[in-house]
Ligand binder design. Sequence first.
Ligand code: F6R
Length: 262
Amino acid sequence: MRAPGTPTIRLTIARSPHELATLAADAVVEALPGDRAPVLGVATGSSPSGVYVELARRQAAGEIDLRDASAFALDEYVGLPDGDPHSYRAVVDEQVVVPLGLDPARVHVPHGSAADLAAEAASYERRISEAGGVDVQILGIGRNGHIAFNEPGSALDSRTREAELAPETIADNARFFDNPDQVPRRCVTQGVGTILDARRIVLVAQGEAKADALAHALEDAVSPAWPATALQQHADVIVIVDEAAASSLTPEARAAAGVGIR
Ligand code: F6R
């Protein structure tokens, strides 16, 4: 338990995938600035796909208009050729750029094929700050507690950099490839510190495979062993999960759902 006065993570346990996507989209929309074009932080992977579908539905219904938004992806594999369908650039184009009608020139994904990855990482940080920072970061969590590709042991003040994928991540992401040997071993990822600079963070997690990581993230002391614990240091984090992902939380943490965990 953290001391009174420390930031509160707001947790909601959704009753269905539809409710999860709806609540997450609400949390995103609520954080959009009213007076300028928004800057979105977008995760790839399975977790946020329903949220993008819901945002696109709201835009088609005329409830929101994100067409002038910029977006920054969390990470990209190193070693895939440009245009590879497994690349996160391709995923972001398919799940975010096209459905939301964003201008691809304003949607940034680290170039995993850059010759100088350190320069690419530094330029990515610069582009985020030149855009004015991320208004709302949509985030998933790995079953080892990673956020973006900040694997266990990552510094909690890390910035965008080249990094190595953990064996669990390679195994988990093999489902997107024909053969596990095709999963890249390296990536360019926003750092934990980069992610914490977003003004709001909306984390979504579904399924029992995430239960352990979620319990560590919300209930452990902050530590690089579980990079997602760093979210406890942020003032505006909204966590929306399904019942299975919430299944390892202590009764105290579950009781705080809807009112926030301290
Ligand atoms: C994706 C990313 C990862 C995923 C995480 C969960 O850009 O940075 O941290 O959010 O691995 O992936 P899924 O949602 O596929 O379970």
